[in-house]
Design a protein around this ligand. Structure first.
Ligand code: FE2
Length: 361
């Protein structure tokens, strides 16, 4: 088992957003994340305000700049709301940082103590695609509500059954997919899990290529997409132009009962991509018998794919900000460890419809 940085888990995903208070409300009321902790003016933090939200094992930090000269202000000006940091808990942040840099990662933040009255963690960070970071966090004696600098600020939400982050997809420029796949191999010791080329993933207009990189335990999976040449603009190119460069495209959230979770999210008002009705007419023949009633899948718009190991159920949100950038996937796995290759065509035709509405096809 190769795990040169001694990664333990995705500790959290930090979004830099224009209005963290409103974003926190959206993830609580829309997605069922409970608020856990807070950092801002009342806690002596004058530079940024942050809310920590969690559901199952998934932790999000929503951060907004309080001043124009804060780095988050530039990030938002360039990218809009987006993912700044996919942070890992590691065994030893100093050792992980040294090893990552030695293996070719660009250093972002040198190892340092982050501490408050609840104890200390060590933190460092390296760069990945675009302006995105991987923080490396190790615990020394910290016993507080989340991380040093945060105070407990609990607001319970109506849980939607989300368990954990399944995968996080990065969009990179044409010709850069292999570079970033190699980066995850060289620096993190990940291996190539699945590759999709433009023959797997292309419609008449919108093509992409993707390599799924995974750690050996398959607990951390990072697909890397690049646009592929087609008759018209790839959805990946649309993202890169709207985001102002490479970045995190979607976060897949794993749930234990997709019918329950998606019903709740839709009742909460979240918008999802819809595929044509014909998808459900062809479904029984394509995937065989399922435990879920076809009528429920059809009414909720849930997609199904099957491989040798089992099947998966998935659905994709529309972008969660005005720029066509970051969105979410809800996924339930019943044996399949795949990514829904059998759904790409129907899905991409649906995405193209949205692109055309946006005037970006
Ligand atoms: Fe996905």
């Amino acid at each position: 088992m190769e795990n040169p940085l001694k990664l333990k888990r995705i500790h959290h995903v930090e979004f830099w957003v224009g209005n963290a208070k409103q974003a926190a409300f959206y993830y609580r009321k829309g997605f069922g994340f409970s608020q856990v902790a807070y950092s801002g003016l009342e806690t002596g933090q004058r530079q940024q305000t942050s809310y920590v939200l969690s559901q199952g094992k998934a932790n999000f930090i929503l951060t907004t700049p309080m001043t124009a000269d804060d780095p988050a202000a530039d990030h938002i000006k360039k990218h809009g709301d987006g993912v700044r940091d996919i942070a890992f808990e590691v065994a030893d942040a100093d050792a992980a940082f040294a090893e990552a840099v030695q293996r070719g990662a660009q250093p972002a933040i040198e190892p340092h103590d982050a501490k408050d009255e609840h104890g200390t963690v060590r933190r460092a960070a390296v760069h990945t695609y675009g302006d995105t970071l991987h923080s490396l966090i190790s615990y020394k004696d910290y016993q507080g509500p989340f991380l040093p600098g945060f105070v407990a600020s609990p607001i319970a939400a109506d849980d939607c059954g989300i368990l954990r982050i399944d995968h996080i997809v990065g969009n990179v420029e044409l010709g850069k997919m292999q570079h970033w796949a190699d980066y995850y191999t060289r620096v993190f010791g990940f291996h190539r899990y699945i590759t999709f080329d433009d023959k797997d993933i292309s419609t008449e207009y919108s093509a992409l290529m993707s390599i799924v990189m995974s750690d050996d335990s398959h607990s951390v999976k990072f697909p890397i997409n690049e646009p592929a040449m087609a008759r018209n603009k790839s959805q990946i190119q649309e993202y890169i132009e709207a985001y102002g460069g490479p970045g995190a495209q979607h976060i897949a959230l794993q749930c234990k009962d997709v019918l329950y979770t998606v019903s709740k999210l839709q009742r909460n008002g979240l918008d999802f991509l819809r595929v044509p009705e014909t998808y459900y007419e062809a479904l029984p023949k394509r995937v065989g018998p399922l435990e879920e009633p076809l009528s429920d899948l059809r009414s909720l718009g849930i997609l199904v794919d099957r491989d040798e190991e089992g099947y998966l159920l998935q659905i994709f949100s529309k972008p969660v900000e005005d720029r066509p950038t970051v969105f979410f996937e809800i996924i339930q796995r019943k044996g399949s460890r795949g990514f829904g290759k059998g759904n790409f065509k129907a899905l991409f035709e649906s995405i193209e419809l949205e692109q055309a509405r946006r005037g970006n096809l």
